[in-house]
Design a protein around this ligand. Structure first.
Ligand code: IMP
Length: 172
């Protein structure tokens, strides 16, 4: 039986998300922001984050898959869903659930830059640094974790456990 070790409660996540939203709102004061959520993991985080922001936003999603991957990114990234809105000349904030090796995000940052945006920054619910393979810069992180496989609040293991309101360390 898998074991779920609590990492963050629903209430703790709420406070962390509100704090990061305050920093983002301060940094982008008087500007418009295009939020680009990375499916599927970021859907809950993005929906909470955007409701705490005090700057006007547009919202779109991308989906990337790391083919040949199991629980770790293979580095062979493929774009399954591209940005639909015209984000040329915009300030873009990529909203990701968790950054692990950073391979997915370096691919996405490169891709979004190629669309002619003004700036690109990264906001991650969890910055998991132990296995980082790139120098991708996580500009805003709600929580820094060093190890382990996390599930809940959008994060899945084989498409399961996204619906859990808290975040748990999954031990198989
Ligand atoms: P990266 O390319 O290695 O940074 O992988 C990022 C993607 O891997 C995330 O968007 C997640 O989909 C998945 N991932 C990495 N670590 C975890 C985890 O601990 N729990 C759930 N998904 C994870």
């Amino acid at each position: 039986m898998p074991e779920f070790i609590p990492v963050l409660t629903r209430e703790e996540i709420e406070k962390l998300v509100a704090g990061v939203a305050r920093s983002i709102s301060d940094d982008y004061k008087d500007q418009e922001l295009a939020l680009i959520g990375v499916l599927k993991g970021a859907f809950i985080f993005l929906s909470d984050l955007c409701r705490h922001l005090t700057v006007p936003v547009t919202i779109d999603f991308v989906q990337a898959s790391s083919y040949g991957a199991n629980i770790s990114s293979s580095g062979n990234i493929e774009l399954i869903k591209d940005v639909g809105l015209d984000i040329r000349g915009k300030h873009v904030l990529i909203v990701e659930d968790i950054v692990d090796t950073g391979l997915t995000l370096s691919y996405l940052v490169r891709h979004i830059r190629s669309l002619g945006v003004k700036t690109v920054k990264i906001c991650a619910l969890i910055d998991k640094r132990e296995r980082r393979k790139t120098d991708v810069c996580v500009d805003y992180a709600c929580y820094v974790a060093n190890a382990g496989f996390l599930v809940g609040y959008g994060l899945d293991y084989a498409e399961n456990f996204r619906e859990l309101p808290g975040i748990f360390h999954l031990q198989l």
